[in-house]
Design a binder for this molecule. Structure first.
Ligand SMILES: [Zn+2]
Length: 253
């Protein structure tokens, strides 16, 4: 079964992993028999990646191939394939003779992911404001929900709408799939964001910046829009040391 070797409690709002549990913490729809092994492996990979991204699987938590196969209702082969891909991505670490566990958060990779996100979102914003017609109804709706979630301390809704409103900038630019590229590269960044959210969700600067991004789209203010997006994408670095001292076992560098 899965056991957490860390002694620190996760931040409140993070979904705490349970030790010695009998019920699964992650679920995947039972796989129908006509799916190929590759598709099953992809589903397992996606499910595990999302569980690592949102801290349902914490850094240092043991990854048990038979336990995951049992939870997800699949054979061990696709689980083994999925875990191998997670090892390649640096999200799972294998210790010979010991086992596999969720890798700690790499601050080097967090920095690189923030760089990629900032560069690509800036370009998407610049492209969006060149459009003749720019419908900001959806992004404004997402910002409104995000703002309300911040006021209520609703971390899950805040994280979800935060993702969607930034994705919407790429959709407005007509490059929706570029967001998929950004998302794949920022699992390490998202783990740190998720860890920090219970504390930073009450920071009014975050929701103010979200509204400013929409305002700059509407006014096509490139200078301010680019400044806000870059400030927003690197805000996480202000909190790194706090989190590293609170959860030293969660970080690798
Ligand atoms: Zn944001």
């Amino acid at each position: 079964m899965v056991a957490n070797k860390n002694t620190k409690e996760p931040a409140s709002g993070a979904v705490k992993a349970q030790s010695g549990r009998s019920a699964p913490v992650i679920t995947l729809p039972r796989v129908v028999s006509d799916r190929t092994s590759r598709r099953i492996s992809d589903s397992v990979y996606d499910t595990l990646t999302e569980a690592i991204r949102d801290l349902r699987l914490l850094p240092g938590e043991t990854i048990s191939e038979p336990a995951i196969a049992d939870w997800l209702g699949v054979s061990r082969s696709p689980v083994r394939e999925a875990i191998a891909r997670l090892v390649d991505l640096g999200l799972v670490t294998v210790v010979p003779q010991v086992g596999s566990y969720v890798a700690p958060i790499s601050l080097q990779e967090v920095e690189e992911a923030a760089f990629i996100r900032s560069a690509l979102e800036t370009s998407a914003f610049q492209r969006a404001i060149q459009k003749d017609h720019l419908d900001t109804t959806e992004i404004q709706r997402l910002v409104d929900i995000n703002t309300a979630a911040a006021k209520q301390g609703d971390v899950v809704t805040f994280f979800d709408t935060d993702e969607k409103l930034h994705q919407n900038v790429f959709e407005l630019a007509g490059v929706r799939r570029i967001w998929d590229v950004v998302r794949r590269t920022k699992v390490q960044l998202d783990r740190l964001r998720r860890l920090s959210l219970p504390r930073v969700v009450s920071n009014p600067a975050l929701v103010e910046e979200h509204q400013l991004i929409v305002d700059c789209l509407n006014s096509r203010n490139e200078t301010l829009g680019v400044e806000v997006i870059q400030r927003h994408a690197t805000r996480i670095f202000h909190t790194i040391e706090d989190h590293r001292s609170l959860y030293p076992d969660y970080f690798s560098d």
